[in-house]
Design a protein around this ligand. Structure first.
Ligand code: CUA
Length: 162
């Protein structure tokens, strides 16, 4: 097979770029430990999520004035954020800062609140955290943006600011 000189250069350039990108990803993942956002970078046993605090009692609790912690378990294909009628809802008063603490008990899910900068990946056993201050009253959607199975597009919950 005959190749033009420019073709060879272009091919070598492509292969070199691929190697560079793989190296960057490898170094950031394994050497620098890039992970989903978490204040503590800690893992729990993904097979024991429902028995491990705080995920044994998912829900919303006030931790300070105008500050709430929302402990949420992601699973195919929903989020558990409490019990009873609040199992699938986070309710907070306007002006609250909500600290989300989220993990998955099965596969990789997403956690995105459109219109805010809350958007992270939820990995099995990885405790992911993010905070946001909700100043406007209304309903916010929390949705899964990582394909997680047949009913992925139905995986969502509500955050209601009262
Ligand atoms: Cu969970 Cu898509």
């Amino acid at each position: 097979m005959h190749m033009q000189r420019l073709e060879k250069i272009w091919l070598a350039f492509g292969v070199a770029m691929l190697a560079v990108f793989l190296l960057v990803i490898g170094v950031s993942a394994f050497a620098l430990g890039a992970q989903p956002p978490s204040e503590h970078h800690h893992m729990i046993d993904p097979t024991k999520v429902n028995e491990t605090a705080p995920f044994d009692q998912p829900g919303v609790r006030q931790v300070a004035k105008d500050e709430y912690e929302a402990v949420i378990v992601a699973w195919t294909f929903a989020y558990t954020a409490g019990t009873g009628e609040d199992a699938n809802v986070v309710r907070v008063p306007a002006g609250s800062t909500v600290h989300f603490t989220v993990t998955s008990q099965d596969v990789v899910h997403g956690f995105e609140i459109p219109g805010t900068n809350v958007n992270f990946m939820v990995e099995p056993g990885q405790v992911s955290q993010a905070s946001h201050k909700f100043t406007k009253k209304g309903e916010y959607l929390i949705l899964c943006n990582e394909y997680c199975g047949a009913a992925h597009e139905l995986m969502m919950m509500k955050l209601i600011v009262t």
